[in-house]
Design a protein around this ligand. Sequence first.
Ligand code: ADP
Ligand code: ZN
Ligand code: ZN
Length: 752
Amino acid sequence: MPRYADIVLPLAQPAYTFAVPDGLSLAEGQAVAVQFGPRRFYTGIVWRIHDRRPDFKTVKPVSRILYDVPLLSAPMRALWEWIASYYMCTVGEVMRVALPSLMKPSGDTEEEFSEEEFRPRTESYVALAPALCDEERFHELCERIERRAPKQYETLLELASAGDGTRIATGEVARRLLRADRSVLHTLERKGWITVAERERTVECGGSAFRLPELTSHQQQALSALRAAYAEGRSTALLQGITGSGKTEIYIHLIAEVLRSGGDVLLLVPEIALTAQLIERMERIFGSRVTAYHSKLTNRRRTETYLRLSRSEGGEFVVGVRSSIFLPLKHLQLVIVDEEHDASYKQTEPAPRYHARDCAVVMARLFGGRTLLGSATPSLESWLNARSGKYGYAILSERYGAGRLPAVLVSDTLRAARRGERHAHFNKLLLDRIGETLARGEQVMLFQNRRGFSPYVACTECGWTARCPQCNVTLTYHKNGSKLVCHYCGHTEPVPAKCPSCRVTDVVPVGFGTEKIEEEIARVFPEARVARLDRDSVTSERAFNAIIADFAERRTDILVGTQMITKGFDFGGVSLVGILNADNLLNNPDFRASERAFQLMMQVAGRAGRRADGGEVGIQTSEPGHPVIRQVAGGDYEAMACEQLAERESFFYPPYARLTSLTLRHRDPMLLRRAAAELASGLRTRFGRRLLGPMTPPVDRIRGEYLLSLLLKIESGASFARARELLGAELTRFGALADFKSVTVVVNVDPQ
Ligand code: ADP
Ligand code: ZN
Ligand code: ZN
């Protein structure tokens, strides 16, 4: 009889051993309450059961089991372990992000584990009594009470037609869905005409007779190619299809296939608020099988979802953001990662700093299932894997129906300025096109990468700029409220009336953001209705939905926005999209800058002419000859990919090497410099020239702490597992040095 259990606690510590009291039948993957430290209780996960007594004096017992089902299946535990080992953190840290917060309470007394709290809500379900399910007897009764007890009569009818409205339903109906009040139901129950039962709230699964869209022959071909790749034993495939080509239709066919066979499907999307349209579309086909999981859900709802899935018998379909990889789907057969190139799949803070797409690939293998990556502009990592035959690969190169790709107009800002054809932040060319589009009664989207009114304010006399006292960045000017905001720490201050440095002149806004564009365009086209979509205008989900609905229903003509407008929208009325400043996309100091600029511009372009014939995209840039601009104009993904890959290969960047960044933080810059030098020299003895740094990151002070970084580049031929081992050993050595105890080191594997 095994006597001990290793329990994972939601801490940055290894699993800890507890004793299993007699009579408690524990299973791996179960949640338990345990006492850890003198008076502290935690939720833990049973990781391993064994009979080796640990070598500390008193082994505390497991207090009790939480929940009636094990929370983690074996493949799920394997996934947590993989994440901890690959991203260099503890399994406890994985637990911290993987379980909804209500499910891992801690407290000073055991009583704080009131299990009632976690039980999913139950509700009353009402059904016709079996005797009344006979058509004839039912009508007989109805006739009798129609006049005498109209309320009871109506309730019985409502219950009987709860199914498809014609036959007498024999299923249960949630009481909240009935119009009748409690007293009527109570009377009916007393008379034995209905039954009422308390039950856990469930999702009605309905049948599996999904009505699927008929695929075009191109789509059919792509689907067959994917199936063939899976049949040949590849567990991952890439579907590369331009926007509007029908990638989602192909997803739908694969999803239906899995659901019909009783398996679970996970569809990952970058940001749920932006994909409300996708969820609606899935619900139209899969009904209440669709479970949405995102950051806007309450803690209660997340816990309910988590527990419901733990108990599910399969056939679940979750549409969710990156953290939904942790939901307890037990029969996972298919993971689809939509917009797989999207950077938001990577979690940067806190640990585990995981990439949900990469986890999805591993996860499907652990479950014996499959992964489909979908994108119009795949990450170079996935594209290379597809091209080399490691992944299955299918392409959709045409838009569905009459839809054509938009024409791209590149407009030179410097030339426009020289000719006096630049008004505010618009070239005449773009303004003319906007005017024509509005005149035709069509809509315009304008993309600007920065929010706020202007990036910053400066003094025209002495060049002073407002900077954050906590972080080494300029403050962003927001006209709304006339304030300066730090986009790193949230520090806010009013705009100074006079330059605080020379006291000679006023400070003025420099550069431009979405707020400024909104104001300018409204001045040029006073009759146009202009709205703005960015993090400042979207204060809530309601505000977001309102802005989107106004635009979709054409109550606004021009929508100005940041990245937010680029994702997933399908507005039929948009025939012109303007990219106001491509320069700041191209000139990012990052090895992925060109790839990202291309992806972003293509995605923005994809919003034009979704249904209308063609559509136009206007790109304003001072470098019209830049290779990426030409690749966007030609819609030439392959040219971009080949050029970038050649560069990456010669400079050892992903996908030809794996990067791990280490960031050291401390308030004292001198101590920090010594610590970084020490860690760098330790790593250099192990890794040689594969280690770069210490270097100063672009923002070298945040919230009062100084930052220095190191970068480890491991070429793809070498063993990454071995490299992680060496890195782990060095970090342990460094962590034990008394001088540097107070220095924080953040390890980020595969930084984006
Ligand atoms: P993507 O996901 O590649 O951007 P979608 O799947 O959203 O493309 O398709 C674009 C539009 O074309 C959608 O409105 C979709 O309903 C429609 N569409 C695509 N394929 C079909 C099809 N086979 N039958 C009917 N409509 C389709
Ligand atoms: Zn000044
Ligand atoms: Zn700051």
